[in-house]
Write a protein that binds this ligand. Structure first.
Ligand code: GDP
Ligand code: MG
Length: 439
């Protein structure tokens, strides 16, 4: 977090209410953060204008500082700009659902075809892919290989048949075989050009797709708005897939998609493997664009369930590094109240890439921890140093809980690690700064 940014937000913190004047500076910082995240300039302008209007209109909310209030408005507006909730795939009322993939060369169309194929297969649908990229001989092989990986048939007709004709034949074949979902891969070019658009339009009218998905590389910078506009005007898109979000781009292109086309992002690609496809959650990307993890919503959620006094007491103990095994138990129970570990862990910055398996493991290990804490004497719970110092005590806890001494040692060192981490986090929260914003 840059010091200038910190100073700007600190000033706002001491105000009573958001006004046109006192949010000017913070809004400039937001504007800069968005431009740094590669959000297109016209989109940024519109965004800043609407946030300014909304922020001024919010008045005083008891217990919420003006700077927090502004961050919330910014975050909410980002989320709604990207479409609010996650949008799913439309299915055809009768016959196969046809998904036409479009986009520039190298953005990840063919990869996304394979990923979608696997996604639908896992949902119990029968899937077929159709190869219409006849310009690079390797493109057909690539799709066939991916089809092999995800065990989905690929329809191809070599490189001498026109793409629209291949698509038409592919669809006919799929109908014959009672296929549920047909995914049509297409050729891209390095830039938007007439030839590509005409070809895509021909493919589109040949198969009358249920979905036309524009595949957009998350690294696409300022030009995302023009790109989306071009594809939408010429071809008409029903949604987009944002790829390569596993890279270090902040994903500002996402904002342009909804703003320019009115169509939502439906999926994000987060890696080269076939499983690396996720539904698009606007709130997660909003946090990423602002670069603040989800610290804010974590705080919000935590405050909902923790009784205020209890929270203050806990905070004091954390600040004084007195956090012990009693607190640990209390915290675990609070966490349980906050909902599944899964939902919670997603809120912690850097922890949002956790698999269901890891979540299940974490929930199990929480139970193991509880069993060990239950075997501690009250004195040991209140003074973890006792356990840290005495192998004899650790052995007794291990025997009492039916765990290994190693597990007990691990738990003890974990508590000390937690003390350190929570101290950092609470310093951040108390400072009221927005970690990472625009940094
Ligand atoms: P196409 O030309 O649009 O069909 O693009 P491809 O599907 O051939 O992908 C181009 C390159 O990007 C390949 O090396 C892919 O492995 C890679 N790629 C595609 N999607 C992703 C993604 O979500 N993350 C990463 N890291 N790489 C991706
Ligand atoms: Mg391709």
């Amino acid at each position: 977090l840059s010091t200038s940014l910190e100073a700007v937000w600190a000033k706002l913190r001491n105000q009573d209410v958001l006004t046109k004047d006192n949010i000017k500076e913070p809004m400039q910082e937001i504007r800069r953060a968005l431009l740094e995240a590669d959000v297109s300039l016209p989109v940024v302008r519109k965004f800043v204008k609407s946030v300014t209007e909304k922020a001024i209109g919010t008045g005083v909310i008891k217990g919420v500082r003006p700077d927090q209030q502004l961050v919330k408005v910014v975050n909410d507006e980002l989320v709604s700009l990207m479409g609010g909730t996650a949008a799913g795939i439309e299915f055809a009322k009768t016959g196969p659902t046809v998904i036409l993939m479009a986009g520039l060369q190298g953005v990840g169309k063919t990869t996304a075809c394979g990923k979608l194929a696997l996604y639908f297969k896992k949902k119990g649908k029968s899937v077929m892919m159709v190869a219409t990229d006849i310009y690079r001989p390797a493109a057909i092989d690539q799709l066939v290989t991916l089809g092999g990986q995800v065990e989905v048939p690929v329809f191809e007709a070599g490189t001498n048949v026109k793409p629209a004709e291949i698509a038409r034949r592919g669809l006919a074949e799929a109908k014959k075989k009672n296929i549920d979902v047909v995914i049509v891969d297409t050729a891209g070019r390095l830039q938007v050009d007439r030839g590509m658009m005409d070809e895509l339009k021909q493919v589109k009218s040949a198969v009358n797709p249920t979905e036309v998905l524009l595949v957009v590389d998350a690294m696409t910078g300022q030009e995302a708005a023009a790109l989306v506009a071009a594809f939408n005007l010429d071809l008409g898109i029903t949604g987009a897939i944002l790829t390569k979000l596993d890279g270090d781009s902040r994903g500002g292109a996402a904002l342009s998609v909804k703003e320019v086309s009115g169509r939502p992002i439906k999926f994000v690609g987060e890696g080269e493997s076939m499983a690396a496809l996720e539904p698009f959650y606007p709130d997660r990307l909003a946090s990423r664009i602002l670069g603040m993890g989800d610290v804010l919503s974590f705080v919000e959620k935590a405050q909902e369930v923790m009784v205020q006094e209890e929270a203050e007491e806990m905070q004091k103990r954390i600040m004084e590094a007195k956090f012990d095994f009693n607190d640990f138990l209390k915290q675990t129970r609070n966490l349980a109240r906050m909902g599944s570990m899964g939902g919670l862990m997603k809120l912690i910055p850097g922890m949002n890439k956790i698999s269901p398996q890891q979540i299940a493991d974490a929930e199990k290990s929480l139970k193991v921890m509880e069993s060990m804490i239950n075997s501690m004497t009250p004195k040991e719970r209140g003074d973890p140093e006792l356990l840290a110092k005495s192998p004899g005590r650790r052995r007794r806890v291990a025997t009492g809980s039916g765990r290994s001494q190693e597990q007990v040692s691990q738990l003890v060192s974990q508590l000390f690690q937690m003390r350190a981490r929570m101290k950092n986090l609470s310093a951040m929260m108390q400072g009221g700064s927005i970690p990472g914003l625009g940094a």
